[in-house]
Ligand binder design. Structure first.
Ligand SMILES: *[C@@H]1O[C@H](CO)[C@@H](O)[C@H](O)[C@H]1NC(C)=O
Length: 535
């Protein structure tokens, strides 16, 4: 007994030392890779050793870091699904409802398949010399990568790049109800009206059906065909698909109540939004530093992120935007990949922009953004008011929420009036102080945490390793089938009893009514017999 407890405490002590962590970010886009590199940075700073599977490697090698370069799945898929990707251009998006995230299911599946079947990945996963204390995997609309953790026989930590929406929460707990936890790609912001609630319920229902009938069987098949082969090379056996997927120790969420909605979270889910932001922003390049330092009326930064190229806009639209910008006294930085003519002297096009360092500069007045989760987080981190121009995915909800919080205004992306409406919003934001003030307040609340998200993310990873998978945080709901959680068994029993007793009552009544009739008839017969006698 005592020996055992000594062994356990030794184990706990030993795991405080440098860990070896595998970080897997299959999603190859720029913003997702910022999150991946953020995790790696924090772990390296804490003295741990990291292997990172990424499509976007660093320029410089780093101590304690090994990068395995994986294919850019987004690029290869955009070649195999041109119709889907073309549908994401400005022309096709404007004025239409948001893309349906079930659109991502098939894409995410193909994309994870491409990732897993890459030669570097197969070789790396099958190498029995590789050993890890934990695996951190980004979840992106597919669960199949959960199989990586059992290969290394170590705890699995999921990372969700967005808000605590039900599709990601389901990995570690009950599915939250759609009345307050709306679909990630919804354009409804809670609290909802009757029809919106109905629409959210319908969306969830459709998705669950599609997941169970189409996605799960495909993923399970891929899991069965892929992982056991690799597990053989490593000399381990794979658990069932369901066990692998629902054996995650922790879910790290790249959000925070100041950024989005204060949802209730399971104990094994933790908000770490903002962890990717360095403690001190990197110094600005000299020319940008000069432009910002000497901007008497301040600077406005306009960036539509990496999903939507500014070059998708029509010539007319660009000309109008430039014209509106020329009417402002502020210097305007426009992150823009293409070339433009007749640029007004206060507008500066930048092919690449050090966004965090620009947001951190005190002369920045305003951030015009598509409202991705990272841009929203960074705006709140640095206390900068925003004008949101949401385009797709979770950008609508992000922007509606921050606008609800008073951080800024929203402008709809429409081809004809966009420049004019943007100009109006910019003017309003610049003449009143209330947005700036609110941005400062929100930023203060965001920073007022017992521990910074940079430290917190490391803490939870270490906690999982130290406690061998943090079983004490695991929700008991993962151990019950859904029909028990929803009391379907009880309802079935009660209904059956009810039907049985109704049946019984009916029979008894029938019996008595027959008896009654028989009695009556008998009496009548006796009566008439009596009558006859009397006569
Ligand atoms: C489930 O996770 C725990 C904790 O990380 C781990 O010890 C266990 O081996 C995992 N189970 C399977 C079947 O992979």
């Amino acid at each position: 007994m005592q020996l055992k407890s000594i062994a356990v405490s030794l184990l706990l002590l030993a795991s405080c030392e440098a860990l070896r962590i595998l970080v897997v970010f299959p999603m190859a886009s720029k913003s997702h890779s910022i999150l991946g590199h953020g995790v790696v940075n924090r772990l390296l700073e804490a003295g741990h050793e990291v292997v990172h599977l990424t499509a976007i490697p660093r320029e410089e090698p780093e101590k304690n870091l090994k990068e395995i370069v994986v294919p850019d799945g987004v690029e290869s898929l955009s070649k195999s699904y041109p119709e889907n990707f073309n549908s994401l251009t400005l022309k096709n998006i404007v004025g239409k409802p948001n893309v349906d995230s079930t659109f991502f299911f098939d894409l995410a599946f193909d994309f994870h398949k491409l990732f897993l079947e890459d030669k570097n990945v197969v070789e790396f996963l099958g190498n029995p010399k590789e050993k890890f204390d934990a695996v951190i995997i980004e979840w992106f609309f597919s669960d199949v990568v959960a199989g990586i953790a059992p290969l290394f026989q170590c705890p699995l930590i999921w990372l969700g790049s967005t808000e605590a929406h039900w599709e990601v929460i389901k990995l570690v707990d009950n599915i939250p109800g759609p009345a307050d936890n709306v679909d990630l790609f919804s354009t409804h912001t809670p609290p909802l009206h009757f029809w919106d609630r109905l629409s959210e319920l319908w969306k969830m229902f459709k998705k669950i059906i599609k997941m169970n009938l189409i996605s799960y069987p495909k993923e399970k098949e891929l899991y069965k065909n892929y992982f056991p082969r690799i597990a053989d090379k490593r000399g381990v056996t794979m658990p069932s698909y369901e066990t692998a997927v629902y054996n995650g120790s922790l879910l790290l969420l790249n959000s925070h109540p100041t950024i989005r909605t204060p949802h209730s979270l399971p104990q094994s889910a933790k908000y770490v939004g903002g962890y990717h932001i360095d403690f001190k922003p990197k110094p600005l390049p000299e020319d940008i530093q000069y432009l910002m330092d000497t901007a008497r009326y301040g600077v406005i930064y306009f960036s539509m992120g990496s999903n939507l190229k500014s070059s998708d806009m029509s010539e007319e639209m660009k000309r109008r935007i430039l014209y509106i910008f020329s009417t402002f006294k502020q210097r305007i930085f426009w992150k823009f990949e293409g070339e433009l003519n007749n640029i007004p002297p206060n507008v500066f096009l930048m092919k690449w922009a050090p966004q965090q360092s620009i947001l951190a500069h005190p002369t920045l007045r305003l951030f015009i953004t598509h409202g991705g989760q990272l841009s929203t987080t960074e705006a709140i981190h640095y206390g900068v008011p925003v004008i949101g121009v949401p385009v797709l995915a979770d950008q609508h909800l992000n922007m509606d929420t921050v606008i609800q919080k008073g951080l800024g205004l929203k402008v709809n992306l429409n081809v004809d009036n966009f420049a004019y409406e943007l100009g109006l919003a910019m003017t309003e934001m610049l003449i009143t102080q209330k947005y700036k003030q609110r941005a400062r307040e929100l930023s203060e609340i965001y920073h007022h945490r017992p521990i910074s998200p940079r430290k917190e993310i490391v803490h939870w990873v270490e906690h999982v390793v130290k406690t061998q998978g943090a079983p004490h945080l695991r929700s008991p709901s993962l151990m019950m089938p859904w029909y028990q959680k929803m009391y379907i068994d009880l309802i079935t029993i009660v209904c059956s009893l009810l039907i049985l007793s109704l049946n019984l009552i009916n029979r008894i009544r029938y019996y008595y009514s027959i008896r009654h009739k028989v009695n009556k008839a008998e009496k009548q017969i006796q009566k008439s017999a009596l009558n006859k006698k009397v006569r």
